[in-house]
Write a protein that binds this ligand. Structure first.
Ligand code: 13P
Ligand code: SF4
Length: 322
């Protein structure tokens, strides 16, 4: 029987196992790299070789020389790593770590939507399944969506999927009209405009910073909008000393680590729930990272036909991004 505390596991009552040390040993044995998203638990972020936003993580996955990629993030992220690295083993701590946004765009319905707009170029946010990527022309992330759309000729009609909030934000930034798939993220839809403004009254010198997956009612109050990496960088560069942060609260760990003298307040959700924590991201734990490496499972796989089709738009994104 195996039991765990947060950073210790015991194989029996007399043999406690230091999880961090055990993960480091397995990393050497497997020649593994641990990639983690900012929405992971702090203790997972602290053992990662690289922490980043979706673009940064894709770039790391594309360039790693490791034999095994342990992806502490959600399924579509690990799947992207697999698409880029068909010969490497890609492990995910919990196979149920999905994404409400990716789920909001089922392949059959999207194929029909695409067929209704035969002249449109399909730009899909990376938060989608490999099947949706395979039906797309270009993949984008929150850090390059505006830049990529600006590179498309003005007379080329565009479908943007699956996040309608990011799509609307890109439309506002570029002045382009796009046909939007009406998907969204349960975490970024949770923030309350009224409570955000109450917080701003309480902390008048605070800057509001937001992820573009948030609804327009939140984004319109933001002093700065960007991907998780961009938000993190902004808190370090800005002269403000307090920030109200409208994205998943996991990012606060790196903000605090990088500048502990500043203050970071998570933007409040509508109710009293912890809805600003992504329930999928938080399925991953340090224990599950250990077991995934020890058992070399669960593994993320993609059929070769889908992989080849999905690789093209991902590669196009990497080529088109600065
Ligand atoms: P980025 O880290 O790329 O900004 O994405 C946020 C997100 O929602 C990941 O699921
Ligand atoms: Fe998906 Fe939202 Fe969680 Fe990101 S925060 S993984 S978009 S459900």
């Amino acid at each position: 029987m195996f039991t765990f505390s947060s950073t210790q596991a015991s194989v029996n009552d007399t043999q406690p196992l230091d999880l961090v040390a055990a993960i480091q040993t397995l990393k050497q044995e497997l020649n593994a790299v641990i990639l983690a998203h900012y929405y992971q638990e702090p203790e997972i972020q602290d053992i990662a070789d690289f922490i980043g936003d979706s673009l940064g993580l894709s770039r790391q996955a594309a360039s790693t020389s490791a034999d095994v990629i342990v992806f502490a993030g959600v399924h579509f992220m690990a799947e992207t790593a697999k698409i880029l690295n068909p010969t490497k083993q890609v492990l995910i701590p919990d196979l149920n770590a999905g994404c409400s946004l990716a789920d909001s765009c089922p392949p059959d319905a999207f194929a029909a939507f695409k067929a209704d707009h035969p002249k449109h170029l399909v730009i899909s946010y990376i938060n989608c399944t490999a099947e949706i990527k395979a039906m797309s022309d270009i993949i984008c992330t929150s850090s390059n969506a505006v830049e990529l759309v600006r590179q498309i000729p003005q007379d080329q009609p565009i479908i943007f999927a699956p996040d309608q909030n990011l799509g609307r934000y890109v439309m506002a930034q570029t002045g382009r009209d796009m046909v939007l798939w009406k998907g969204s993220c349960i975490v970024h839809e949770t923030f309350s405009e009224r409570r955000l403004l109450e917080l701003k009254v309480e902390h008048s010198s605070a800057e509001i910073i937001a992820h573009p997956e948030c609804e327009a009612a939140i984004l319109r109050h933001a002093d700065y909008i960007g991907s998780t990496t961009a938000l993190l960088n902004y808190t370090q560069q800005s002269s403000a000393d307090t920030f109200i942060v409208a994205t998943e609260s996991g990012i606060l760990h790196q903000m605090q680590k990088q500048n502990p003298l500043k203050h970071y307040i998570p933007a409040p959700p509508t109710g009293t729930c912890a809805c600003n924590e992504c329930p999928y991201m938080r399925l991953n734990t340090l224990e599950k990272v250990y077991w995934a490496m020890k058992r070399r499972s669960p593994e993320v796989t993609v059929s070769e036909q889908t992989r080849i089709a999905a690789l093209k738009p991902i590669q196009r994104m990497l080529d088109m991004s600065a």
